[in-house]
Design a protein. Structure first.
Length: 297
């Protein structure tokens, strides 16, 4: 894909047919599986350094959700851009790959709600979890839906996203706080979203955030929230950028309430793209966390 530096993203592309669409994923290394689920508006490129860090010891898989990265980007007639469909896609993918146990789940942003929805349905498949600036529960009552995201859900914001790549482009500037992303990294993150058609998922993800009971994913999110306690004994690492205005301290505090045994690392100087802000530190934390619980230390 034009704009993606092969030195930054040196992976062979793999595809599965999921629901009639090409579903792209990176697959590197051998060992127990590590499933990395990206959010919006990123893609598997977000996990490029973590894949290289873990693949000498683990079987790393980083799919691109439909509409993202190198996966197909169908229109609304050909694909339902909903949380339920995302979970079904993931289930089909893992079944086709035969990956149904000992999954090390690594999630960020929308990858968290998708991944935890899968985990809720298949808890025995999950061995350990890494959470990064994400949620799998309704907004705390004390927190308002951010104005910037509300704006995207209006016709004007939707037009800006589809016509000018506003969401993905701005995110490469506002997503990090400790560092400034290089031009090559910014191009890599935004490359798949290079036309009106190719930005459909970027918009639909924001429109699909379950805020009221009539929203398609609301009941699914409610069920996930009610069953989060089933993971209290699962080894969990939380790495959090504290300067994220969406997934902020209130969201992190809610995670801690549900999962008080989780190991929490707060990065006071980092933002929503926490992995970009803290590539080396978080990469080592995750590697040590996985090795420790797998008896490799």
């Amino acid at each position: 894909m034009k704009g993606v530096n092969s030195k930054l993203y040196p992976f062979q592309s793999h595809f599965e047919t999921i629901g009639g669409h090409k579903y792209h994923y990176v697959e590197e290394g051998k060992g127990e599986p590590v499933l990395m689920l990206h959010g919006n508006p990123t893609w598997s490129f977000y996990y490029r350094e973590l894949i290289q860090k873990l693949s000498p010891n683990y079987h790393c898989l980083a799919p691109d959700h439909i509409g993202c990265g190198y996966s197909d980007k169908p229109d609304d007639k050909a694909y339902t851009y909903t949380l339920e469909q995302r979970v079904k896609d993931l289930e089909e993918f893992l079944e086709k790959k035969g990956i149904l146990e000992n999954i090390h789940l690594v999630v960020h942003d929308w990858g968290g709600i998708i991944g935890m929805a899968y985990a809720n349905r298949h808890p025995k498949s999950i061995k350990k979890i890494v959470l990064m600036n994400t949620a799998a529960f309704h907004l705390p009552k004390s927190k308002r839906f951010p104005f910037a995201l509300w704006l995207v859900r209006t016709w004007l914001g939707a037009f800006a996203v589809r016509a000018f790549n506003a969401f993905s482009g701005i995110a490469t500037i506002e997503g990090t706080k400790r560092i400034r992303l290089s031009k090559d990294v910014r191009r890599g993150l935004t490359a798949p979203y290079n036309s009106w058609q190719n930005r459909i998922a970027t918009l639909r993800f924001v429109q699909d955030v379950p805020l009221k009971s009539s929203d398609p994913g609301y009941l699914l999110l409610t069920e996930m929230e009610e069953k989060l306690s089933q993971f209290r004994q699962t080894p969990i690492l939380i790495a959090w950028g504290m300067k994220d205005f969406v997934f902020d301290k209130q969201i992190l505090d809610t995670w801690v309430q549900y999962l008080p045994e989780a190991r929490v690392y707060r990065f006071e100087d980092s933002g929503h793209y926490i992995l970009e802000d803290q590539q080396e530190v978080i990469g080592q934390l995750v590697l040590d966390f996985f090795n420790e619980t797998n008896g490799k230390l």
